[in-house]
Design a protein. Structure first.
Ligand code: NAP
Length: 387
């Protein structure tokens, strides 16, 4: 088969009687103009989405808020000319925008209009966590979901998730969902829902859609030389993106892996990988190589904070676990110092920065990991500010 002519593999969609492509198109990181995420390069993005569909991708994922609210209407246009009928179209309810029960209907109707469709195949409650789930539940969101299923505006109901495993299990068990969407990659086996959540949902018959398989590009951008050297030991040469995608596709419980592809080269490469990366196809040696890369990254962790929040609330307002997470991510993945400084600057403006620490030590008395929080706060403040 010529490069770019490969057809992706398909996987059964949970308990339902259809299959979807192992690679799905995530419309959150489309090519943009002038560095403005709200200005999608529509010509190039349309070419990419249609290329993927022609080569077998039949799952397209968007959401109300992506690209400053422009992604859904872009997807509506990109799927004209017969492409809509070839895919399962997924979008998400921005539950945080609903103030009343009626808002759920208004939002869905607006989304159908933006997408220029009478129905979506997959409708997800977006980015649920303990708080947003409770708020949506209190607004009787499940009654809305039942109504939208019954009147045909949505064909299948699911949710996407960003919180801890017990919350995930609670939501899985709260409704007869057809699917869910979780973050998973070789760095995140035990993060949020993680591998245990993947297996739990699959055991209940849910299809599991994966987001952030490349950790939003962190596993492919600025790859440290040492990690590159680890990949080069492998008998078969692969890019960091291919290793990461293959690790996710190796999990038999995974249904579809979404990738937010931002250029045509990504589409071509990811299609090629999804054409032959079946479940349980990585060898012991290959899995050991991936473990080595993971180990290397983890060794660059600055603070062994588990995010348990026992240190919170800080009387001075310092967002301790969030700051440690930012510090660790910057170190582990070689993040661009300018961007890190900008994000940290925002936290300082919002009065959550390490500069507010008064060294009372209340946090250290509460920390089950015995982390020297005060010293780490000083170090991160020095490290994260604009260079
Ligand atoms: N529901 C939710 O809460 C939620 C949250 C996150 C994501 N999602 C959905 O899930 C989709 C997938 O997540 P994601 O976009 O974070 O996926 P991802 O695959 O982890 O990250 C996408 C980024 O990886 C890089 N990339 C992709 N293919 C590559 C390749 N072959 N070679 C080198 N780099 C490559 C690109 O980075 P560069 O652009 O920097 O080159 C791209 O922007 C999203 O697009 C969105 O639809 C949903």
């Amino acid at each position: 088969m010529k490069k770019g002519d490969d057809k992706v593999q398909y996987r059964k969609f949970g308990k339902l009687d259809f299959e979807v492509s192992a690679l799905g198109f995530g419309c959150m990181r489309l090519p943009i103009i002038d560095g403005d995420t709200a200005k999608i390069d529509e010509a190039e993005a349309t070419r990419m989405v249609r290329h993927a569909i022609v080569h077998g991708v039949n799952y397209v994922d968007t959401a109300y808020g992506y690209h400053g609210g422009k992604s859904e209407s872009f997807v509506g246009r990109a799927l004209q000319d017969g492409y809509r009928e070839r895919v399962k179209l997924a979008t998400k309810c921005p539950v945080w925008l609903a103030e009343t029960h009626e808002d759920f209907d208004k939002l869905l109707n607006e989304q159908l209009e933006r997408l220029q469709v009478d129905y979506v195949d997959m409708y997800l409650l977006h980015a649920l966590n303990a708080k947003s789930w409770q708020a949506a539940y209190d607004l009787n969101v499940l009654d809305f979901v039942r109504r939208a299923l019954a009147d045909g505006r949505i064909k299948h109901a699911g949710f996407s998730f960003h919180d801890e495993l017990p919350v995930f299990k609670e939501i899985v068990d709260a409704f007869d969902w057809d699917f869910c969407q979780i973050q998973l990659n070789y760095m995140d086996e035990e993060y949020q829902a993680g591998l245990e959540g993947l297996r739990y949902a699959a055991s209940k018959g849910l299809a599991v859609v994966i987001m952030e398989p490349l950790r939003g590009g962190r596993l492919t951008n600025n790859v440290p030389e040492e990690v590159q050297a680890i990949w080069e030991q492998a008998p078969i040469k692969r890019t960091p993106a291919e290793w990461a995608l293959r690790w996710v596709l190796n999990q038999p419980e995974v249904t579809v892996v979404l990738s937010g592809m931002s250029m045509m080269d990504h589409v071509v490469e990811n299609l090629r990988v999804a054409a032959d990366a079946g479940a349980n196809t990585l060898t012991e040696q290959e899995l050991a190589i991936i473990d080595q890369a993971k180990e290397f990254y983890l060794n660059r962790t600055k603070v062994k904070c588990t995010g348990c929040d026992y240190c919170m609330p800080c009387p001075a307002g310092v967002a301790i676990p969030r700051l440690f997470s930012m510090y660790n991510e910057a170190s582990i993945y070689n993040l661009n110092p300018e961007n890190v400084a900008k994000n940290y600057g925002r936290m300082i403006e919002e009065k959550m920065g390490a500069d507010l620490c008064v060294e009372c030590g209340q946090c250290e008395a509460a920390c089950p990991q015995n982390i020297t929080i005060r010293q780490h706060l000083k170090d991160l403040h020095a490290a994260l500010q604009r260079p």
